[in-house]
Every structure is written in structure tokens, then in C-alpha cells.
Design a protein around this ligand. Sequence first.
Ligand code: GLA
Length: 726
Amino acid sequence: MPVEYLAASRSFFLHAKDTTYAFQILNGWPVHLYWGPPLTAQNLTDFLPLRARGFVCQQGDYPLDNIPLEFPVYGTSDYRSPAIEIFQPADGSRILDLRYAGHTVSAGKPALAGLPASYTDADGEAQTLTLKLEDQLLGLRVELLYSVFANSPVITRSVKLSNLGRQPLSIRRLLSCSVDFSAAFGDYHLLQLHGTWARERDLSCARLRPGSQSIESRRGASSHQHNPFFALTELAASEEHGRVYAFNLVYSGNFLANVEVNYDGNPRAQLGLNPFDFSWQLAPGQSFQSPEAVLAFSGSGLGRLSRELHRFTRRHICRGSWRDRARPVLLNNWEATYFNFNADRLAGIAATAAECGVELFVLDDGWFGQRDNDQSSLGDWVVDLQKLPGGLADLVRRINGLGLQFGLWFEPEMVSPDSDLYRAHPDWCMHVPNRHRTTGRNQLVLDFSRPEVCEHIYRQIAALLRGTPIRYIKWDMNRHLTEIGSAQLPPERQQETAHRYLLGLYALMERFVTEFPDILFEGCSGGGGRFDLGILHYMPQIWTSDNSDAIARLRIQHGTSLAYPLSSMAAHVSAVPNHQNHRVTPYDTRGCVAATGAFGYELDLAKLSADDLAATKRQVACYKQVRGLLANGDLYRLKSPFTTSEAAWMVVAADRREALVTHVWQLIESNPRDHYLYLRGLDPALTYQLAGTDQLWRGDALMSAGLPVPRPQADFTSTQWHLVAQ
Ligand code: GLA
């Protein structure tokens, strides 16, 4: 039974795969008991720190400021960071007293109104506990949803508020989860993914210290700067060992992740909508749904955590017909031509791509309006007949004639001040009256909190998709929000704008994926500026970074892989010197590093040397052989590009009969030492053949004696081994 209730101690035990999470109702409060390796349901009250201590105590109650709470409120004797704050305009009070008011258990995983969320294919894959809390004075109902997954060490949490009272309420803060770890927890690291454009998801790991540490976005998108994923890891945790507690949010906008360590060293970890510049008016009879938090546990290190999160994301976050399908090898024209193309040039590039076995040609920015640079036309989704005189239909016919499918770039959320759309509707962008409208990359952000704005964009794009066989869409978002305000909302609702923008965006994405289920959607945001579980619910892959340099990508992809599956990471082979950092790397290394679950090219193949062109054909053929393995296999990170001068990883099939191992040198040393890779995840008793040779190795030797890495001759060289069990 995933959800077990012990009536005698009023405690709940949530048993997901390989982990248990438990709490108990005490004085009406849900008090956190435990989260970690599987635990038999039992009375754990004796393990709680229920001593009278401190100088404030509610009458007849325990002092709360050291008690682990499931959903802490402001205004009691708990001085730590609350999960919820409600302002009561009638009397100015912010005090809440939420007490147990019942619970239900249901099969499966309910959808969340208006928001992306995890789901199951069959009810047996999860069970959901809804815990009802109520503030009797206000008539506020809080429903805490806990979904427990049978095939993942994952529990998801979200919160629904309902105003059942007579007074309007204002939500000032509503986090999706709050977890109080006890002192027994010991010393932990906070692991986070941070960065900026072209340096996304760099890894930082620092020891927790007393006080609050937070990671957040105030940019209107989950951002390049901080990813909503974070983890608490035992100090000695590694890829293979140690306890790891991970958190992520199924949301693409402003978020707050906060870890507060109190005076006794007990951390409180919280994640949810960022309360910064947020408030929401909740009239009597209305409800508000929070985004969903994903909580995952691994008792054996980060490697196991990632593999479980990858499976969970592939099966319970990503949806649609492309979820389990092999992704096409694509060629994107962006770095090949930028804005400088016409139909013949595109068809020429596509022809060489077709010869190499590429399956999909993607036309990036610059095909619409009069967009010869980044200064105009966003919002005018009408084909530029100067560049494409036969229209889109003619170009698609030519591309299809070469045996390639066709894909197209859009940036639906944006408007250029120099566009017909902006001239017709200057109030359709985010703005605050009488204030300057800050442009970013010469563009403004459309106010997607307004249904008529979303409707207009939907109609333009849907008309194009209905009239042309477009099989893939790259959905870009190249700047963050500023002057956040909506012309349509009254003054007291202006702080709802950023969240309403996301609700409008999600509704639009839902419409597109529902109406065009066969289109493969790829998310993008100035590279990887919106790489999160919210986007992955609509689009199974995301452009990982605008930085296409293979060596820079080692870190970006390693960091991203902590939380997100390879199948979600788009990666392309590009030209050298690299356009972002001017580095020159071998063609094979560019191929190895780009061979993730979503592989492609982003250069003019016709400009390659004969050797590189031949290599392209080999790469494409090889990728097609292993793409199923890469998309669905188990990832083992063998060498970290953050701590070694190498990087190595391997992907192993579920039945352990096939593996692809990749090793890349960053800077080599002179007279290099011998290096070995201790492979993981193979079957020790099986004998593996190195594909294309008669070389045979046993699994136990590869894992215990180690696979010798060829001595490097130059920086940035790489080796790949494709192992197939005999
Ligand atoms: C963003 C994307 C790029 C490309 C350009 C086009 O930067 O990340 O891949 O699509 O926009 O303007």
C-alpha cells in the first residue's frame, strides 16, 4: 500500500519505490516524521523533539519553532520561513491556524487545473493522499496533495487553497512543499545548478550553514541563472554513495527554493512560486492551485538519483506521441546562415544533409515579416516572400522532395516594437503605464496573461501549421520579463501578472500539443534559459544551450543530466572555430558530445572537408543505431568535467546487453599517465563485444579492472566504445 494510515498514532506513511516519507497529525498540525530509506509504518512519536523549550509557547500546545512541520504558517511560535502567508484585508491580520480537517486517498495522480504536472498512464502507478487542513476563523481550506509513485522514488506535492469564507483573502506566499529535516540528518551539502547564457547549469555544492540560503528566479522564466532543481546531499555523497534528497518544480516562471538551517542545525527545505512581487486575490468561493514539487530520494548517490529522475521525467512528465519515439537527426540552419538565406541556399544545405542521412531540416529565425536581423517582425508570423518567394509551402515541398521532414522556429511570446502587431496593439506587451518599456534583444514580451493576446498568436501560428506539413517546432523565448504589469488587470491584481503569464503560456502550449499531436516540439530560451519540468510537460526536448562548443558542453550537459534525461537535451555538431568561444575541436569529439538523445547538426555541411563529410555520414549512421539506447538507457557519469581534465559517461540498456561509453579529454598533460574507466551498470557475467571489431571483454573486468583509455595525442580528443553483449 503506497499510502498507509495508522489510526492509533494518526500517522501517514507514504511508500514510494525505495523510500518512505512519513508525518503525523499532532494537535491538528501535520508534523513531519521521516523521509529516507524504506521504513515500516510504526508509531514514531517518541522520535519527535517535543520538549518545552524557548520562550514562546501556544497555550496548551507545543512550542513549534523546532518541531518538523509539513506546512508551516506565519504568526505562531514557529519563527522559521512559512510555506504560506495570507493577508486578510478585512482586519489586516496575517495570522493562520491550519488544523487537520480530514483526508482522502485515491488511485492515480490527478491533473492540476491550468498547470503542467506529473501524470500516470495507469492508476496503479501512483496513489494520491489529499490532506485537508482548515482555518476555521477564515474559512480557508488548504488541500495538501501527496502523490506516491510505485515505480520511482518520488513523491510529488502541491497545494490547493479554497476560500470557503465570506471575506476576500490575499495570498502573499504559497510554496508547494516544505520539508523539515531533523537534527539526526547531520551535515549536508546544498547542490544547485546555476549559470548564465552559454554557461547554463554549472554545478555548485556548498556545505549548509546556519541561516537561510536561497535560489530563485525573478525573471519571469525559470532562467539560465538558477534552475529550480536542487538537492541536499550527505557530505561524502558521490555518484555511487550517500543519501541525496532532490527537489524540483514543475513550473517555468519565478520560483523560490529556500533552505533554512535553524539554531539546532535542522534544515527546512522549501520550493514553490516565488513570493517576490507576487500576490493573488482570492474571493469567496475561489480556489488557487500551486505548481507541483517533485521530491526524490536516493540512498546510493547522485548517479542513482539521476537515473530515477530521468525515468520519472520520461514516463511521468513528458507526454505525447514523441515521448517514447526515436527523435529524428536534424539539421538547423541557424549557425549555418543566421538571417542571411534564401530558398536556394536552404535547399542546398538540406541536399547535403539528406546525403548524410539527416532526417529533418529546421528553418530557424528570419523567415517571417521583414526580419533580416534581430530588430524587427516578432509577432508578424507571415512568411517573408523576399527570402522565400514561393512561400513556405514551396520550400517545404523542396525539402520534402529531398527526403527530409521540415521544422520551423517561432518565438510566440515576443513582439518587436518594429512590427505590425505592435503598431496595431501597443498595449499588448508587458508594461507599466508611463514607464519606459525595456527592450531585450530589441524586443518586448507579449502579455500572455491576456486571453485575446494568446488567441491572436494561436490563430496566426495554427493557420501556418494547418496549411503546411510542419513536423517540428522550435519554441523560443529570448528575453526575460521587465516592467511586469498587465493593462487588463486592476491595480490590486497587478502582482498576479507574472503567474498569469505562465498560465496563459501553458494554456497556449496545451492547445498546440493537443491540436497538433504529431509535431515534435523543442523548447528553447536563448539556449537553455527555460530548461525545466514545466516545459518538458509540453515539449519532450529543449535546446540545452546556445553554446555549441563540445568542451563547454561537457559541463553544461553533465550539470543538466543531474536532473534531466538525455532525451530532453538537444545537442548539435557545429562549425569550428566555434561561434561562441572560438575553440577548435576535432570533428569526432563534436559528434560524440552531441550524441545525446536529441542529436543534430548546426552548420553548412557543404562547407565541410571531404573527411568531415564522410565522418558525418558515419556519425549519423552510428547515432541511428544507438538512439534508442541513448533515449531510454541508464546514464552513468564516470568522470566529471568539473573535477577532472576529462569527462566520461556511459549509457546502458535496461537489459544491460548494450552500452555506449564516451570519454573526452579536456586539456591533456605532457607525457600522460595511464587512465582507466571503471564502467558501471554492466552485467558482470556477460561478455561484451566492441562493435565493429572482434574484441571481447567481460563485464566484471570492464567494471573492476577498468577499461584502458587510449593515450591522448592532443587536447579535446575523444573515444567512444559501443559494447554489445554476445
Ligand atoms: C536563440 C536560440 C538560438 C536561435 C536564435 C535565433 O538565441 O537559442 O538557437 O534560435 O535565438 O534568433
